[in-house]
Write a protein that binds this ligand. Structure first.
Ligand code: 1HN
Length: 350
């Protein structure tokens, strides 16, 4: 084809694009390679929030707006690669919530699943369907989709936790519903701890009896630090660390033995002092919180220092090496649960 003819075809294509555009029609061949990539190319970037900095801003917000006024007094941890999105990873949200002594965060429910990972404070509660989970540092508390939840701080100290939600996932499916309870707090339905005894001790209520009082598919919502930390300790005593994870335990939903929630998986891992993990990449972009110790995350040759209560986002398919200075205990949550159901999850272990 001569240059003139080639130019002509190119010009005609451009004219075709312009003519088609108002009809909602576009040429796939111009965008195909960006849509179907040979491997994940997340716009999210690696990012770490140091706890001391975030905490200082959050306490300032605490002087200016009440939990009740705000509905939830939360600083969104937005990924700098996803500006304006309120997303930590492409599918998950992260935020830091403050509730001051005497405050109440009003009762509501929504389609989105949420988890809380307690950063500091002791004795405040999240009530799920009217049952209080009294929260201590590094407890994991779930508010599964469409379960009523309110928070209250009856202690004398500020309480701060990380909220992890599947907001971007629900937005993606255009499936958001939410409603408010008519009062600020749900009436107390059962004493604190009731659910743990029914569903959290490797037993469950007999089906179809009055004992079985929680929603069938998501009964358990409190995974205390005192329990999961002890389990990690037992692993350390009894076995060698996995070369990629260290000593790792996933939180499970006792109703089906699967991930903690339908869209969110959560786990903890302990990397013994001096341990360096083998490199690993996975399709589930992950939000990590340092529960204990110090170390580094090496990603693409760059070392990111990790201190207690820092939050780190590792997007999909970024290879990470963790190094532990002292015993390093990490909490992590990701959309692995959703990806596995959709047949999308992959990992690479180097
Ligand atoms: C929510 O319900 C809570 O219940 C926290 O504490 C953060 C962010 C977006 C949407 C709902 C909570 C939230 C949220």
């Amino acid at each position: 084809m001569s240059a003139a003819l080639h130019n002509d075809a190119a010009n005609q294509l451009k004219a075709l694009y312009a003519e088609m555009q108002p009809h909602g029609l576009y040429p796939l061949w111009e965008v195909l390679s960006a849509l179907v990539t040979p491997k994940p190319r997340s716009p999210a970037i690696v990012h770490r929030w140091t706890y001391a900095d975030a905490r200082a801003y959050l306490l300032r917000a605490g002087d200016l707006i009440s939990a009740e006024q705000a509905e939830r007094r939360v600083l969104i941890m937005e990924n700098p690669g996803l500006p304006g999105s309120s997303c930590a990873t492409s599918s998950l949200y992260a935020g830091l919530q403050l509730i001051l002594p005497g405050e109440v965060a009003p009762c509501h429910r929504h389609a989105q699943c949420a988890l809380r990972f307690v950063m500091e404070g002791e004795g405040a509660f999240t009530a799920v369907d009217g049952e209080k989970a009294i929260m201590r540092p590094f407890d994991l508390v779930l508010t599964p989709g469409w379960q009523w939840h309110d928070h209250g701080n009856t202690s004398s100290k500020p309480m701060i936790w990380l909220d992890g939600l599947d907001i971007p996932t629900v937005l993606h499916f255009d499936a958001s519903f939410a409603e408010h309870w008519p009062e600020s707090a749900h009436p107390e339905t059962v004493p604190p701890g009731d659910t743990s005894h029914r569903y959290g001790k490797n037993m469950r209520p007999m089906r179809g009896t009055a004992t079985d009082r929680r929603p069938n598919r998501q009964p358990l919502f409190h995974y205390p630090y005192s329990e999961w930390r002890q389990n990690l300790d037992s692993l350390v005593r009894g076995s060698d660390p996995d070369p990629h994870f260290g000593h790792a335990l996933e939180f499970v939903n006792p109703a089906d033995g699967g991930a903690a929630m339908p869209t969110i998986s959560a786990h903890v891992r302990l990397l013994p002092a001096g341990f360096t993990s083998r490199p690993r990449a996975a399709t589930d972009g992950t939000v990590f919180v340092v529960a204990e110790g110090r170390g580094t995350a090496r990603i693409d040759g760059k070392d990111i220092p990790l201190h207690e209560r820092d939050t780190l986002v590792v997007p999909s398919w970024r290879e990470v090496v963790f190094q532990a200075e002292g015993d390093l205990v990490l909490f992590g949550y990701s959309d692995r649960s959703a990806q596995e159901k959709l047949g999308l999850f992959r990992e690479h272990r180097g």
